[in-house]
Design a binder for this molecule. Structure first.
Ligand code: MN
Length: 229
């Protein structure tokens, strides 16, 4: 056994629906601009872009129901409601038609973003990390195992802030489907059990301020609630 000079950290994890056990998380991959209307609202042509990825540290994960202090360095914190896919099986260069067997489950996620820092990074050609990877920036609800709910390729996805609808779309509107995203990701890195993929957000992104209650629902997965403290 390795002799560590500090107690090794407990792995980050997400809840599993109807279970006391948790899903240990390895890495968090996020897809940029995967709904056409959102690509357009960010000033891009959705028809010409292959999917691209960025990452969040896995220790930014937060469970459903948490209160999140308004993060530092930003005046423009944004919500991004997303479907999250959890990987259960290792592989590289998977064909889209074989992707489904690598999915362990699905959850609802909120890819919190310091939009002002992200916009500045884009302008200066710098990495997005400070806009995307801050403390408590990856909200993830409980995982629903594929074994019980089957494959998800459609269903309403909706975000509300203080009860007002801000994002409303359907998983069927994804530019790159879940099997395609997994396939393309696996040509670049070996995907591993414990990896999460935030699959992109629909149009309607916007700010959160102190006191706001942000709820995201996906038809088959229920709803997650986050309060900005
Ligand atoms: Mn996102």
């Amino acid at each position: 056994m390795t002799d560590f000079i500090l107690p090794p950290p407990t792995p980050p994890s997400v809840a599993i629906i109807d279970s006391a056990a948790r899903f240990p998380v390895r890495r968090i991959f996020c897809v940029g601009r995967n709904y056409a209307a959102h690509a357009r609202e960010m000033g891009h042509d959705p028809n010409r872009e292959p999917p691209f990825f960025f990452m969040k540290p896995s220790d930014t994960l937060v469970d459903d129901g948490s209160a999140i202090p308004y993060p530092p360095l930003t005046n423009n914190l944004h919500f991004e409601g997303e479907l999250v896919v959890a990987i259960g099986k290792s592989a590289s260069n998977i064909k889209p038609e074989h992707s489904q067997s690598h999915i362990w489950g699905y959850a609802i996620g909120n890819d919190l973003t310091r939009r002002d820092l992200q916009s500045e990074a884009k302008k200066l050609g710098r990495p997005w990390d400070w806009g995307k990877g801050f403390d408590r920036s990856a909200i993830c609800g409980p995982l629903h195992p594929v074994a019980t709910i089957g494959a998800l390729d459609k269903g309403a996805i909706e975000t509300t802030v203080n009860g007002k609808i801000r994002q409303s779309a359907d998983l069927a509107d994804l530019i790159w489907s879940i099997p395609e995203v997994i396939s393309i990701l696996s040509t670049s890195v070996t995907i591993k059990p414990g990896d999460l993929i935030y699959t992109g957000t629909p149009a309607g992104i916007g700010p959160l301020i102190c006191g706001d209650i942000c709820q995201i629902s996906i038809e088959q997965l229920g709803k997650i609630t986050t309060t900005i403290a």
